[in-house]
Design a protein around this ligand. Structure first.
Ligand code: 1CP
Length: 344
Protein backbone atom coordinates (compact mmCIF):
# COMPACT_ATOMS: atom_id res chain seq x y z
CA UNK A 1 0.00 0.00 0.00
CA UNK A 2 1.46 3.31 -0.98
CA UNK A 3 2.03 6.18 1.43
CA UNK A 4 0.21 8.23 -1.24
CA UNK A 5 -2.98 6.92 0.31
CA UNK A 6 -4.82 10.05 1.49
CA UNK A 7 -5.56 8.78 5.00
CA UNK A 8 -2.00 7.54 5.64
CA UNK A 9 -0.56 10.79 4.34
CA UNK A 10 -2.86 12.91 6.51
CA UNK A 11 -2.11 10.95 9.71
CA UNK A 12 1.54 11.87 9.30
CA UNK A 13 0.70 15.56 8.90
CA UNK A 14 1.04 15.81 5.11
CA UNK A 15 -1.94 17.33 3.32
CA UNK A 16 -3.31 14.92 0.70
CA UNK A 17 -5.18 15.98 -2.47
CA UNK A 18 -8.43 14.68 -1.00
CA UNK A 19 -9.48 15.10 2.63
CA UNK A 20 -10.04 11.64 4.12
CA UNK A 21 -13.07 10.71 6.22
CA UNK A 22 -14.06 7.81 8.50
CA UNK A 23 -16.22 7.57 11.63
CA UNK A 24 -15.62 6.32 15.15
CA UNK A 25 -18.14 3.50 15.77
CA UNK A 26 -18.73 3.18 12.03
CA UNK A 27 -18.97 -0.59 12.60
CA UNK A 28 -21.86 -1.07 14.95
CA UNK A 29 -25.46 -0.70 15.90
CA UNK A 30 -26.39 2.04 13.43
CA UNK A 31 -25.96 -0.50 10.57
CA UNK A 32 -28.80 -2.97 9.85
CA UNK A 33 -26.25 -5.46 8.45
CA UNK A 34 -24.42 -5.32 11.82
CA UNK A 35 -27.62 -5.85 13.81
CA UNK A 36 -28.44 -8.87 11.62
CA UNK A 37 -25.05 -10.48 12.27
CA UNK A 38 -25.26 -9.78 15.99
CA UNK A 39 -28.68 -11.40 16.56
CA UNK A 40 -27.06 -14.84 16.96
CA UNK A 41 -23.75 -13.73 18.49
CA UNK A 42 -22.99 -11.81 21.66
CA UNK A 43 -20.54 -8.94 21.48
CA UNK A 44 -17.44 -10.73 22.80
CA UNK A 45 -18.13 -13.78 20.60
CA UNK A 46 -18.26 -11.43 17.60
CA UNK A 47 -14.99 -9.82 18.72
CA UNK A 48 -13.12 -13.13 19.08
CA UNK A 49 -14.43 -14.99 16.01
CA UNK A 50 -12.10 -13.92 13.18
CA UNK A 51 -14.62 -14.23 10.31
CA UNK A 52 -17.26 -12.25 12.21
CA UNK A 53 -14.91 -9.51 13.43
CA UNK A 54 -13.48 -9.13 9.91
CA UNK A 55 -16.93 -9.02 8.31
CA UNK A 56 -18.17 -6.33 10.72
CA UNK A 57 -14.97 -4.33 10.15
CA UNK A 58 -15.65 -4.39 6.40
CA UNK A 59 -19.37 -3.53 6.47
CA UNK A 60 -19.05 0.27 6.78
CA UNK A 61 -16.26 0.41 4.20
CA UNK A 62 -18.39 -1.40 1.63
CA UNK A 63 -21.43 0.71 2.46
CA UNK A 64 -19.96 4.21 2.76
CA UNK A 65 -16.66 4.13 0.88
CA UNK A 66 -14.90 5.67 3.90
CA UNK A 67 -11.13 6.15 3.64
CA UNK A 68 -10.20 3.85 6.53
CA UNK A 69 -11.56 0.82 8.33
CA UNK A 70 -11.37 0.51 12.11
CA UNK A 71 -10.88 -2.96 13.50
CA UNK A 72 -14.10 -4.24 15.03
CA UNK A 73 -13.55 -5.15 18.65
CA UNK A 74 -13.78 -3.49 22.04
CA UNK A 75 -11.26 -1.92 24.38
CA UNK A 76 -11.83 -4.75 26.88
CA UNK A 77 -11.28 -7.61 24.38
CA UNK A 78 -7.63 -8.16 25.43
CA UNK A 79 -8.69 -8.44 29.08
CA UNK A 80 -11.40 -10.94 28.16
CA UNK A 81 -8.83 -12.96 26.22
CA UNK A 82 -6.51 -12.77 29.24
CA UNK A 83 -9.18 -14.58 31.26
CA UNK A 84 -10.95 -11.77 33.13
CA UNK A 85 -14.68 -12.18 33.61
CA UNK A 86 -16.36 -9.37 31.72
CA UNK A 87 -19.70 -8.91 30.06
CA UNK A 88 -20.66 -6.24 27.56
CA UNK A 89 -24.10 -5.30 28.79
CA UNK A 90 -26.38 -4.11 25.97
CA UNK A 91 -27.03 -0.40 26.16
CA UNK A 92 -24.44 0.01 28.92
CA UNK A 93 -20.99 -1.27 28.03
CA UNK A 94 -18.35 -3.45 29.70
CA UNK A 95 -18.95 -4.70 33.26
CA UNK A 96 -16.29 -6.74 35.12
CA UNK A 97 -17.40 -9.35 37.69
CA UNK A 98 -14.49 -8.67 40.07
CA UNK A 99 -13.79 -4.95 40.02
CA UNK A 100 -10.73 -3.36 41.56
CA UNK A 101 -11.65 -1.97 44.99
CA UNK A 102 -8.30 -1.95 46.78
CA UNK A 103 -4.61 -2.59 46.06
CA UNK A 104 -4.78 -6.37 46.53
CA UNK A 105 -7.23 -6.53 43.62
CA UNK A 106 -4.50 -5.03 41.46
CA UNK A 107 -2.18 -7.94 42.38
CA UNK A 108 -4.91 -10.36 41.33
CA UNK A 109 -5.30 -8.62 37.97
CA UNK A 110 -1.65 -8.21 37.17
CA UNK A 111 -1.12 -11.94 37.71
CA UNK A 112 -2.78 -12.28 34.27
CA UNK A 113 0.33 -11.93 32.16
CA UNK A 114 -0.98 -11.69 28.63
CA UNK A 115 -3.31 -13.34 26.15
CA UNK A 116 -3.31 -15.42 22.99
CA UNK A 117 -3.53 -12.81 20.20
CA UNK A 118 -4.21 -15.28 17.36
CA UNK A 119 -7.93 -14.57 16.83
CA UNK A 120 -7.21 -10.83 16.67
CA UNK A 121 -4.38 -11.15 14.17
CA UNK A 122 -6.40 -13.54 12.03
CA UNK A 123 -9.40 -11.19 11.96
CA UNK A 124 -7.17 -8.28 10.92
CA UNK A 125 -5.58 -10.43 8.20
CA UNK A 126 -8.96 -11.43 6.76
CA UNK A 127 -10.14 -7.81 6.80
CA UNK A 128 -6.93 -6.48 5.22
CA UNK A 129 -7.11 -9.02 2.38
CA UNK A 130 -10.44 -7.51 1.26
CA UNK A 131 -9.56 -3.91 2.16
CA UNK A 132 -6.66 -3.86 -0.26
CA UNK A 133 -5.70 -0.13 -0.56
CA UNK A 134 -7.98 1.06 2.26
CA UNK A 135 -5.95 1.16 5.48
CA UNK A 136 -7.04 -0.66 8.63
CA UNK A 137 -6.81 1.29 11.89
CA UNK A 138 -5.83 -0.75 14.95
CA UNK A 139 -7.17 0.59 18.22
CA UNK A 140 -6.78 0.23 21.96
CA UNK A 141 -7.68 2.17 25.07
CA UNK A 142 -5.34 4.46 26.90
CA UNK A 143 -4.70 3.18 30.44
CA UNK A 144 -6.94 5.72 32.24
CA UNK A 145 -9.96 4.89 30.08
CA UNK A 146 -9.39 1.12 30.38
CA UNK A 147 -8.80 1.33 34.15
CA UNK A 148 -11.99 3.38 34.57
CA UNK A 149 -13.96 0.22 33.65
CA UNK A 150 -11.97 -1.93 36.07
CA UNK A 151 -12.19 0.24 39.18
CA UNK A 152 -15.29 0.47 41.37
CA UNK A 153 -18.58 -1.38 41.68
CA UNK A 154 -20.44 0.92 39.31
CA UNK A 155 -19.27 3.51 36.81
CA UNK A 156 -19.38 6.69 38.85
CA UNK A 157 -20.11 10.21 37.62
CA UNK A 158 -16.94 11.90 36.31
CA UNK A 159 -15.12 8.64 37.05
CA UNK A 160 -14.93 9.63 40.69
CA UNK A 161 -14.08 6.11 41.89
CA UNK A 162 -11.19 5.71 39.46
CA UNK A 163 -9.83 9.12 40.38
CA UNK A 164 -10.27 8.46 44.12
CA UNK A 165 -8.34 5.18 43.70
CA UNK A 166 -5.48 6.94 41.96
CA UNK A 167 -5.18 9.50 44.77
CA UNK A 168 -5.61 6.97 47.60
CA UNK A 169 -3.27 4.29 46.28
CA UNK A 170 -0.76 5.86 43.88
CA UNK A 171 1.53 2.81 43.83
CA UNK A 172 -1.30 0.38 43.11
CA UNK A 173 -2.68 2.82 40.52
CA UNK A 174 0.67 2.94 38.74
CA UNK A 175 0.90 -0.84 38.67
CA UNK A 176 -2.66 -1.11 37.35
CA UNK A 177 -2.17 1.59 34.70
CA UNK A 178 1.10 0.03 33.56
CA UNK A 179 -0.60 -3.37 33.26
CA UNK A 180 -3.43 -1.77 31.24
CA UNK A 181 -0.80 -0.13 29.02
CA UNK A 182 0.89 -3.48 28.39
CA UNK A 183 -2.44 -5.15 27.54
CA UNK A 184 -3.39 -2.33 25.14
CA UNK A 185 0.07 -2.44 23.57
CA UNK A 186 -0.26 -6.20 23.00
CA UNK A 187 -3.74 -5.66 21.53
CA UNK A 188 -2.34 -3.10 19.05
CA UNK A 189 0.58 -5.40 18.21
CA UNK A 190 -1.85 -8.22 17.33
CA UNK A 191 -3.81 -5.96 14.96
CA UNK A 192 -0.64 -4.53 13.41
CA UNK A 193 0.70 -8.09 12.87
CA UNK A 194 -2.49 -8.71 10.86
CA UNK A 195 -1.87 -5.69 8.62
CA UNK A 196 -3.19 -2.55 10.41
CA UNK A 197 -1.32 0.54 9.23
CA UNK A 198 -2.30 3.14 11.85
CA UNK A 199 -3.28 2.96 15.52
CA UNK A 200 -5.86 5.00 17.36
CA UNK A 201 -5.51 5.27 21.13
CA UNK A 202 -8.87 6.06 22.74
CA UNK A 203 -8.64 8.01 25.98
CA UNK A 204 -12.36 8.63 25.89
CA UNK A 205 -12.79 9.62 29.54
CA UNK A 206 -9.54 11.58 30.03
CA UNK A 207 -11.52 14.84 30.07
CA UNK A 208 -12.45 14.12 33.69
CA UNK A 209 -8.84 14.58 34.80
CA UNK A 210 -7.13 17.78 35.91
CA UNK A 211 -3.98 18.74 34.05
CA UNK A 212 -1.90 17.97 37.15
CA UNK A 213 -3.38 14.50 37.57
CA UNK A 214 -3.02 13.72 33.87
CA UNK A 215 0.68 14.51 34.12
CA UNK A 216 1.22 12.82 37.45
CA UNK A 217 -0.81 9.64 36.96
CA UNK A 218 -1.54 9.04 33.29
CA UNK A 219 0.67 10.51 30.59
CA UNK A 220 3.64 8.17 31.16
CA UNK A 221 1.36 5.14 30.87
CA UNK A 222 -0.32 6.44 27.70
CA UNK A 223 3.14 6.98 26.29
CA UNK A 224 3.90 3.26 26.70
CA UNK A 225 0.97 2.44 24.39
CA UNK A 226 1.86 5.08 21.78
CA UNK A 227 5.56 4.14 21.81
CA UNK A 228 4.60 0.50 21.27
CA UNK A 229 2.78 1.37 18.03
CA UNK A 230 5.72 3.48 16.90
CA UNK A 231 8.04 0.55 17.59
CA UNK A 232 6.05 -1.32 14.91
CA UNK A 233 6.45 1.62 12.49
CA UNK A 234 2.82 2.69 12.73
CA UNK A 235 1.63 6.31 13.26
CA UNK A 236 -0.86 7.09 16.03
CA UNK A 237 -4.07 9.10 16.45
CA UNK A 238 -4.68 10.07 20.10
CA UNK A 239 -8.28 10.90 20.98
CA UNK A 240 -10.09 12.10 24.10
CA UNK A 241 -13.56 13.47 24.83
CA UNK A 242 -13.94 16.81 26.61
CA UNK A 243 -10.16 17.10 26.56
CA UNK A 244 -9.69 20.69 25.34
CA UNK A 245 -7.88 21.55 28.59
CA UNK A 246 -5.41 18.71 28.02
CA UNK A 247 -4.67 18.89 24.28
CA UNK A 248 -1.15 20.30 24.67
CA UNK A 249 -0.28 17.65 27.28
CA UNK A 250 -1.73 14.89 25.10
CA UNK A 251 0.29 16.14 22.16
CA UNK A 252 3.46 15.79 24.27
CA UNK A 253 2.72 12.09 24.74
CA UNK A 254 3.87 11.56 21.17
CA UNK A 255 1.11 10.78 18.65
CA UNK A 256 1.26 12.23 15.12
CA UNK A 257 -2.42 13.16 15.02
CA UNK A 258 -4.75 14.45 17.74
CA UNK A 259 -8.46 13.59 17.70
CA UNK A 260 -10.63 16.49 18.81
CA UNK A 261 -14.24 16.31 20.04
CA UNK A 262 -16.98 18.74 18.95
CA UNK A 263 -16.60 21.16 21.84
CA UNK A 264 -13.96 23.45 20.29
CA UNK A 265 -13.33 24.51 16.69
CA UNK A 266 -10.40 22.69 15.08
CA UNK A 267 -8.56 25.99 14.56
CA UNK A 268 -8.54 26.61 18.31
CA UNK A 269 -7.42 23.05 18.94
CA UNK A 270 -4.51 23.57 16.53
CA UNK A 271 -3.40 26.64 18.52
CA UNK A 272 -3.39 24.58 21.71
CA UNK A 273 -1.61 21.61 20.14
CA UNK A 274 1.14 23.39 18.21
CA UNK A 275 3.99 24.75 20.30
CA UNK A 276 5.19 27.34 17.77
CA UNK A 277 5.78 28.20 14.12
CA UNK A 278 6.88 25.20 12.07
CA UNK A 279 5.24 22.80 14.52
CA UNK A 280 2.61 21.21 12.26
CA UNK A 281 0.21 18.58 13.55
CA UNK A 282 -2.56 16.54 11.98
CA UNK A 283 -5.99 16.79 13.59
CA UNK A 284 -8.98 14.48 13.38
CA UNK A 285 -12.60 15.46 13.93
CA UNK A 286 -14.86 17.06 14.84
CA UNK A 287 -18.40 16.95 13.46
CA UNK A 288 -20.92 17.31 16.28
CA UNK A 289 -22.82 13.96 16.43
CA UNK A 290 -25.94 16.01 17.26
CA UNK A 291 -26.07 17.43 13.73
CA UNK A 292 -26.81 13.91 12.45
CA UNK A 293 -30.29 14.66 13.77
CA UNK A 294 -30.59 18.20 12.34
CA UNK A 295 -31.88 19.38 8.98
CA UNK A 296 -30.00 18.77 5.74
CA UNK A 297 -29.09 22.43 5.44
CA UNK A 298 -27.77 22.66 9.01
CA UNK A 299 -25.69 19.53 8.42
CA UNK A 300 -24.29 20.80 5.16
CA UNK A 301 -23.23 24.13 6.67
CA UNK A 302 -21.72 22.45 9.73
CA UNK A 303 -19.54 20.22 7.53
CA UNK A 304 -18.44 23.22 5.45
CA UNK A 305 -17.40 24.90 8.72
CA UNK A 306 -15.53 21.84 10.01
CA UNK A 307 -13.66 21.55 6.70
CA UNK A 308 -12.74 25.26 6.80
CA UNK A 309 -11.44 24.93 10.38
CA UNK A 310 -9.50 21.82 9.34
CA UNK A 311 -7.60 23.93 6.81
CA UNK A 312 -5.86 25.56 9.78
CA UNK A 313 -4.04 22.31 10.57
CA UNK A 314 -1.16 20.72 8.69
CA UNK A 315 -3.55 17.95 7.72
CA UNK A 316 -7.13 17.04 8.57
CA UNK A 317 -8.95 13.73 8.82
CA UNK A 318 -12.70 14.25 9.02
CA UNK A 319 -14.53 12.30 11.72
CA UNK A 320 -17.27 12.87 14.26
CA UNK A 321 -16.34 14.44 17.59
CA UNK A 322 -17.24 11.08 19.20
CA UNK A 323 -18.78 7.80 18.03
CA UNK A 324 -21.83 7.37 15.81
CA UNK A 325 -24.94 7.19 18.03
CA UNK A 326 -26.76 3.83 17.57
CA UNK A 327 -29.93 5.54 16.28
CA UNK A 328 -28.15 7.55 13.55
CA UNK A 329 -29.44 7.18 10.00
CA UNK A 330 -26.82 5.54 7.71
CA UNK A 331 -28.14 7.61 4.77
CA UNK A 332 -27.04 10.77 6.57
CA UNK A 333 -23.56 9.38 7.20
CA UNK A 334 -23.35 8.56 3.49
CA UNK A 335 -24.28 12.13 2.67
CA UNK A 336 -21.43 13.38 4.88
CA UNK A 337 -18.89 11.05 3.24
CA UNK A 338 -20.00 12.29 -0.18
CA UNK A 339 -19.88 15.96 0.84
CA UNK A 340 -16.32 15.56 2.21
CA UNK A 341 -15.17 13.67 -0.90
CA UNK A 342 -16.65 16.30 -3.20
CA UNK A 343 -15.11 19.15 -1.19
CA UNK A 344 -11.58 18.94 -2.61
O1 1CP B 1 -24.44 -4.33 21.71
C1 1CP B 1 -23.56 -3.90 20.93
O2 1CP B 1 -23.67 -3.91 19.68
C2 1CP B 1 -22.32 -3.46 21.56
C3 1CP B 1 -22.05 -2.02 21.38
C4 1CP B 1 -20.56 -1.85 21.21
C5 1CP B 1 -19.88 -1.78 20.00
C6 1CP B 1 -20.43 -1.83 18.60
C7 1CP B 1 -19.62 -1.80 22.25
C8 1CP B 1 -19.89 -1.91 23.68
N1 1CP B 1 -18.37 -1.70 21.68
C9 1CP B 1 -18.49 -1.66 20.32
C10 1CP B 1 -17.43 -1.62 19.33
C11 1CP B 1 -16.32 -0.72 19.56
N2 1CP B 1 -15.89 -0.23 20.76
C12 1CP B 1 -15.43 -0.28 18.56
C13 1CP B 1 -15.54 -0.79 17.14
C14 1CP B 1 -15.02 -0.13 16.01
C15 1CP B 1 -15.73 1.11 15.52
O3 1CP B 1 -15.44 2.21 16.01
O4 1CP B 1 -16.51 1.00 14.56
C16 1CP B 1 -14.51 0.56 19.17
C17 1CP B 1 -13.37 1.32 18.55
C18 1CP B 1 -14.81 0.57 20.56
C19 1CP B 1 -14.01 1.26 21.55
C20 1CP B 1 -14.60 1.55 22.87
N3 1CP B 1 -15.32 0.72 23.67
C21 1CP B 1 -14.39 2.76 23.55
C22 1CP B 1 -13.59 3.89 23.03
C23 1CP B 1 -14.35 4.62 22.00
C24 1CP B 1 -15.45 5.53 22.48
O5 1CP B 1 -16.58 5.35 22.01
O6 1CP B 1 -15.18 6.40 23.31
C25 1CP B 1 -15.05 2.68 24.77
C26 1CP B 1 -15.13 3.74 25.83
C27 1CP B 1 -15.64 1.39 24.85
C28 1CP B 1 -16.42 0.84 25.95
C29 1CP B 1 -17.75 0.43 25.47
N4 1CP B 1 -17.99 -0.74 24.83
C30 1CP B 1 -19.31 -0.80 24.46
C31 1CP B 1 -19.92 0.39 24.86
C32 1CP B 1 -21.36 0.74 24.64
C33 1CP B 1 -18.94 1.17 25.47
C34 1CP B 1 -19.10 2.57 26.05
C35 1CP B 1 -19.80 2.49 27.35
C36 1CP B 1 -19.70 3.77 28.11
O7 1CP B 1 -20.25 4.80 27.68
O8 1CP B 1 -19.04 3.72 29.16
Amino acid sequence: MSEQNSFLKAVRGLRPDKTPVWFMRQAGRSLPEYRRLRTDNDMLTACTTPDLAAEITLQPVRRYGVDAAIFFSDIVTPLYLAGLEVEIVPGKGPVFSDPVLDPKDVDRLTSHKGFDPDCITQAAQIACAELDETPLIAFAAAPFTLASYLIGKTRSKNHLEARAFMHSYPDAWNRLARWCADMSAAFLAAQIAGGARTAQVFDSWVGDLSRADYQKYCSEHSRVVIDSAHAHGVPVIHFGVGAASLLDLMRDVGAECIGVDWRIPLGEAVKLIEHGPGDRFAVQGNIDPAILFASQQVRHEHIVQVLAEGEKAAAHIVNLGHGIPPNADPAILQEIVDQVHESR
